[in-house]
Each structure stands twice: as C-alpha cells, then as structure tokens.
Design a binder for this molecule. Structure first.
Ligand code: SAM
Length: 182
C-alpha cells in the first residue's frame, strides 16, 4: 500500500499528464512519509532513481536515496545535488509549510517554496524534463508563471480529484523543459 493519501494525487497527475517514464531520474522535494517516492519508483523501475528530501526522516524505501534536510537551506539543496550527481528528468515538490491559519502568510510561504523549487528545477533538468509543484489555488504568481512558460513547452494548473475540495491546494505542472540550465 501507499504510505500517504498524497500518493493518489501523484497517481492522478501522472494519469493525466504522463509524467513518469521508465529510467527517469526523479527529485522528490517534501517527500515524507514517502508516497510520491513510492509512486515514482513503481513506474521508473530499476534503471531509474529517486532522490527524496524532507525536513522529517523517511523510513527506508528500496531504490530511493532519502535525505533529511531543509530545502530552503543551502545544505539541503547541496545534499540533493550531490545525491543526484547529474541532471534530473523530473522535479517534484509537494512541499508545504505548516499553515499559520493566516491566509496571506500561508500563501507567501508556499509560494516561496515553489519559487525555490522552480529555480532548482531550471538548474538540474535535462532537456524535455518536467516540474510539478504544489501551489495555492488561484494559481501561480504572474512572474513565476511567465518564467515557467518561457522555460517549458507546456504549463498547466491542476487540482487532482484526491485533493480535498475544501483545500486551497493545487499543482502547477510544467513539461517539455526547453533545456538551458543558466
Ligand atoms: N508527497 C508526500 C507523500 O506522498 O508522502 C507528502 C508531502 S507533505 C504534504 C509535505 C512535506 O513537505 C512535509 O513532510 C514537510 O515536512 C515537507 N517540507 C515543508 N517544508 C520543507 C522544507 N523547507 N524542506 C524540506 N521539506 C519540507
């Protein structure tokens, strides 16, 4: 079984956008307890690899490199880069900060994480690669959206059925990375 209900969200996003393929190198940010990593591994198989990071420890998952660290800190990002040791085909971020209950603050915090993840994706993705990140419904900030549209052939927003209707979460899905890591 899957370790998280969140696993179903990635399954649904993958069904709609065909994100996962055998042999891919996948980065999973905000990965605990590991549902998305499990879903990714199932499709990418033995030739693929997953590097997963979270603030919280993740119980071992065969075939994945699991890192404990803060992605907003250089050390966290460096640990992912070292484990990846090259380019990635897919960067996933289900990172979510603890909510404060104050909407504007929560919105700013999650968008900060999305921007960091997008910036990271632009630096590590191979041409044709994909980027998926949790955002607030109402979508991605104009500036980030414009940057994604410049860097990827296709950018969409999606709220998978497994995402609670009353939650403000949605996902931005960018595919077809145009391939300049500058
Ligand atoms: N996709 C996961 C799964 O299927 O099991 C669920 C992820 S959960 C919704 C969000 C995760 O983001 C939490 O485990 C949280 O610790 C992590 N997170 C939040 N801020 C983070 C940060 N700065 N660095 C790393 N992980 C972070």
């Amino acid at each position: 079984g899957w370790r998280s209900r969140a696993a179903f969200k990635l399954l649904e996003l993958d069904e709609r956008f065909k994100l996962l393929k055998p042999g891919q190198r996948v980065v999973d940010l905000g990965a605990a307890p590991g549902g998305w990593t499990q879903v990714a591994l199932k499709t990418i198989g033995d030739r693929g690899r997953v590097v997963a990071l979270d603030l919280l420890p993740i119980d071992p998952i065969h075939g994945a490199v699991l890192l404990e660290g803060d992605f907003t800190e250089q050390a966290g990002e460096d640990a992912v880069l070292a484990a990846l040791d090259g380019q990635a085909d897919l960067v996933l971020s289900d990172m979510a900060p603890n909510t404060t209950g104050h909407n504007a603050t929560d919105h700013l915090r999650i968008m900060g994480l999305v921007e960091l993840a997008a910036d990271f994706a632009r630096r590590v993705l191979a041409p044709g690669g994909g980027f998926v990140a949790k955002v607030f419904q109402g979508g991605t900030e104009k500036e980030l959206l414009a940057a994604l549209k410049r860097d990827y052939a296709q950018v969409r927003h999606a709220k998978p059925p497994a995402s609670r209707k009353d939650s403000a979460e949605a996902y931005v899905v960018a595919q077809g990375f145009r391939g300049s890591n500058d």
